[in-house]
Design a protein around this ligand. Structure first.
Ligand SMILES: Nc1ncnc2c1ncn2[C@@H]1O[C@H](COP(=O)(O)OP(=O)(O)OP(=O)(O)O)[C@@H](O)[C@H]1O
Ligand SMILES: CC(C)(CO)[C@@H](O)C(=O)[O-]
Ligand code: BAL
Length: 315
């Protein structure tokens, strides 16, 4: 059976008209912001959004302001027709594809900057990136005015930045974090995985296992062992180098919410996160997992490995 066709809007006024009509019928609206080239990770966000609201809008916008000079804006994968078909099959209600010229006035003078959370990890490596993300997400949230918006835990630092931005600007929206969707090997699904050659895939697929092993060492170590974190991180870096990664930009243990670096293994009740960014060939891979001494509700490793398209019951 062919899926119900899905409407596509480009103009903010058309989007607002549609959302306004749903609102007047007391329907709750979810927004799933994406940059397109959709994979099953994105569709798991749509699934989660369907469970959290009556109507789901998916935005597709390859945001130029979050790419730095020399980054992959020009070659970023794009597949508008394929994306629209996937969203129709996934049961989204509307696709919003703003044009760059409608998103950014030529004389725009306002940028949203989130302090502190952007000081480390990807922040210094991608100058201006999180200002671009915070600004465009603020504009997407203001433009659509959804009740909820769903973002992936795969981009952990981004998720914390967006939560903070929405809270600080009093945006009337609930931000939902969605578990990382993984291939059976553990590789986090990502639009940029298409850049990987067949020869690079084994190393890419080993990344999550390296993180898991480092996290295992950290949760097994004494919480006052000052050598444990540097030793576990050094062992992880050595494994990644042996796998052929050209550059390990960071492999870092941080507080899960504040992203402050941790120098000691986290005690029970202190949610920590292990994050990595590493270059394999021409592909920059990121991933992260929780580091928890004991199972705390909400802080288990929520990532999901599957070959199949997501069901409609992810919780
Ligand atoms: N494997 C995944 N699991 C869960 N969420 C994901 C996954 N991949 C992407 N997302 C989320 O989907 C949203 C849109 O992300 P985006 O379009 O940049 O895809 P991406 O695969 O992360 O692309 P990129 O390769 O550029 O990082 C973000 O909230 C992102 O965190
Ligand atoms: C949140 C986002 C859609 C903003 O452009 C982007 O950073 C992404 O796809 O993760
Ligand atoms: N999903 C992260 C978007 C970016 O790397 O620009």
């Amino acid at each position: 059976m062919s899926p119900t066709p899905i409407d596509v809007v480009h103009d903010r006024a058309d989007l607002r008209g549609r959302v306004g009509r749903w609102r007047r019928r007391d329907q709750r609206v979810a927004l799933v912001p994406t940059m397109g080239a959709l994979h099953d990770g994105h569709l798991s966000l749509v699934d989660l959004a369907r469970g959290a609201a009556d109507r789901v809008v998916v935005s597709i916008f390859v945001n130029p302001t979050q790419f730095g000079p020399g980054e992959d804006f020009e070659r970023y994968p794009r597949d508008d027709a394929g994306d629209i078909a996937k969203l129709a099959r996934a049961g989204a209600d509307l696709v919003w594809m703003p044009r760059v010229t409608d998103m950014y006035r030529p004389d725009a003078a306002t940028t949203v900057h989130v302090d502190g959370l952007t000081d480390g990890l990807c922040g210094p490596l991608r100058p201006g990136h999180f200002d671009g993300v915070a600004t465009v997400v603020a504009k997407l949230l203001i433009g659509c005015a959804p009740d909820v918006a769903v973002f992936g835990e795969k981009d952990w630092q981004q998720l914390q930045v967006i939560r903070r931005m929405a809270a600080d600007l009093d945006l009337p929206v609930t931000i939902i974090g969605a578990p990382t969707s993984r291939e059976p090997s553990g590789l986090a699904r990502s639009s940029r995985n298409v850049y990987l050659s067949a020869g690079e895939r084994p190393a890419a697929e080993a990344l999550n296992q390296v993180l898991t092993d480092v996290a295992g060492r950290l949760t097994a170590a004494d919480i006052d062992d000052t050598a444990a974190v540097p030793a576990a991180i050094a062992a992880g870096i050595a494994r990644l180098q042996a796998l052929g990664y050209q550059q390990i930009q960071y492999l870092q243990l941080v507080d899960a919410t504040t992203l402050v670096p941790l120098t000691l293994p986290p005690p029970a009740g202190r949610p920590a996160r292990l994050l990595v960014a590493a270059i394999l060939g021409t592909t920059r891979l990121i991933d992260n997992i929780p580091v928890v001494r004991e199972e705390l509700p909400g802080y288990q490793d929520r990532s999901v490995r599957s070959t199949a398209a997501p069901s409609h019951t992810i919780s």
